[in-house]
Design a protein around this ligand. Structure first.
Ligand SMILES: C[S@@+](CC[C@H](N)C(=O)[O-])C[C@H]1O[C@@H](n2cnc3c(N)ncnc32)[C@H](O)[C@@H]1O
Length: 198
């Protein structure tokens, strides 16, 4: 584990330092199977938002499937890396803070991967509130949720009941599956979940 100057994952500098030093243990290097299955089963392309996108492999995948996807990250280094990796889809990645970002059009689906668990638990209520504000009734929050009790992070894991208590005022759980293609840092401790806005 290298030594870093930054220690607050709520600040862009924390992530910028790690991207610049190529320390990205969360990076999957591609698109998870559960997202591919979700897209295959969807009735059609959706307007999607990816908060805290990192390299954003999913941007190319969803775009090529005809989805109207916008990805945001507040680290300039993450945005630069994503734009360099995404070729024709680079313009779909914006430098923006999730908590203040205002989409140009109504969002139908928010994709979650390693964003909630990147942030300290004290921020989670605000994250959930922002998800709820961004999605209309019947909009979908779909992705990977990390469950772990360790105090130190990131990644910061959720407790199953606590996560449900946070989400239930705004969402109903419609899918909840084990993940078979996790990378090491999440293996055995993440689930694919879909939450529908109520
Ligand atoms: C652990 S990385 C995950 C990246 C990507 N989702 C993935 O699966 O590889 C967390 C990302 O969230 C970004 N992030 C954290 N807080 C943010 C915020 N408030 N607004 C936008 N991006 C944020 C970080 O810059 C970082 O790129």
């Amino acid at each position: 584990m290298p030594t870093f100057q930054t220690g607050d994952p709520s600040a862009p500098a924390f992530w910028t330092e790690r991207f610049e030093r190529n320390f990205m243990p969360w990076d999957r290097g591609g698109v998870p199977a559960a997202l591919e299955q979700f897209v295959a089963a969807a009735p059609g392309p959706m307007v999607a938002l990816i908060p805290g996108c990192g390299i954003g492999y999913e941007v190319a995948y969803l775009s090529e499937a005809g989805w109207d996807v916008t990805a945001i990250d507040f680290s300039p280094a993450a945005v630069a890396a994503a734009q360099a990796a995404l070729g024709p889809w680079a313009g779909r990645v914006l430098e923006a803070d999730f908590f203040t970002f205002v989409p140009q059009k109504p969002i139908e689906m928010i994709y979650e991967r390693a964003f909630l668990c990147a942030l300290p638990r004290r921020k989670w209520e605000r994250v959930v509130q922002r998800w709820a504000e961004l999605l209309p009734v019947d909009g979908l929050l779909a992705g990977f949720f990390f469950f772990d009790a360790a105090l130190k992070g990131p990644p910061f894991g959720a407790d199953r009941d606590e996560l449900q208590a946070l989400l239930r005022p705004y969402f109903v759980l419609t899918d909840n599956q084990a993940v078979n293609d996790s990378i090491a840092v999440f293996k055995g401790r993440e689930r694919w979940q879909v939450w529908r806005r109520i």
